[in-house]
Design a protein around this ligand. Sequence first.
Ligand code: LRH
Ligand code: MN
Ligand code: MN
Length: 385
Amino acid sequence: MESAKQVLASQNIETPSWAFGNSGTRFKVFAQQGVPRDPFEKLADAAQVHRFTGTAGSVALHIPWDKVEDYAALAAHAAEQGVRIGTINSNTFQDDDFMLGSVCHPDPGVRRKATDHLLECVDIMDATGSADLKLWFADGTNYPGQDSIADRQDRLAEVLSEVYGRLGEDQRLLLEYKLFEPSFYHTDVPDWGTAYAHCTELGPKAQVVIDTGHHAPGTNIEFIVAFLLRQGRLGGFDFNSRFYADDDLMVGSADPFQLFRILHELALREAIGPSSGIAYMLDQCHNIEPKIPAVIRSVMNVQEATAKALLVDRAALEAAQTSGDVLGANAVLMDAYNTDVRALLSDLRVEQGLDPDPMAAYAASGYADDIKSNRQGGQAAGWGA
Ligand code: LRH
Ligand code: MN
Ligand code: MN
């Protein structure tokens, strides 16, 4: 078994390009000074996160928010900055034509338009070398009777199958679910079961993405993790925190214990490092806090939860479990959760040639001042602008 440090050193946490742009709620987008003006600058900011954490080597794009003329040039720019382009996220939720849905829309013409966008995303993957296409659909209805729930499932399956057929050998389709919003009556991919069933129908290159903010309050997310892992259908995570619904706050800020419990299920099955094929991504917006430090903090929160999960004394846990020692088993888990892992992570960073304190090192780097003086008129992350 690898040591906790070895596993932590191999962990990659993908940052989302949209975390670096201006964002807000539907009430107000707050502009911050120095935010990126184009996808190239978003990658430069994401590279800062990697520079100080050593663990955020890939960056997810969202199309068309990150649309450029030349994706190969964007990928080359990423490489120059020391990062690579990761997951390509599709967007079928911001076009007037998609008011009644995209891939589930009753009009075949609208479905064609949505499908073509998804196929274009695969073309972009070919150009950037990305392995994963992440699909989240805002499809659903607001009122009972508005459309046939069952027919919409058929339409969804048909589109997914066309897109699946377009994937290359080493490319995957990651299907994300969300309980509600923007639809308020029914959602076409509301939960892991629906996503799992569609993935199973499609084939082995289709896997489920768990966005931690997309569940009903009280949902046991670690159960979903354990189930999907066992089925070989866990494709990745969109990490963030929520207090109410899809709040997109920094991962580990609302419920670090839940994050630990999730990572414990993964650590038990040696599913942390890149060879596990599980994409660890952030999907967050930093509406009121400075963005680059917020992403650095988020990466550190995932690392801390991972380190604690890796410290679980598995032999003691198994012994307690098999002997029916309920309190003992729980104590093994709590001992790991209550361990202060900050020194271990600082040591690891020093071994990797990094500053032991990424937040302080970023603050001292002068990058924040540079972008404030050199960039005017930053871009909105994509929505609510
Ligand atoms: C939907 C979602 C999905 C989108 C992202 C911007 O709520 O989680 O992953 O692509 O937000
Ligand atoms: Mn998401
Ligand atoms: Mn979301």
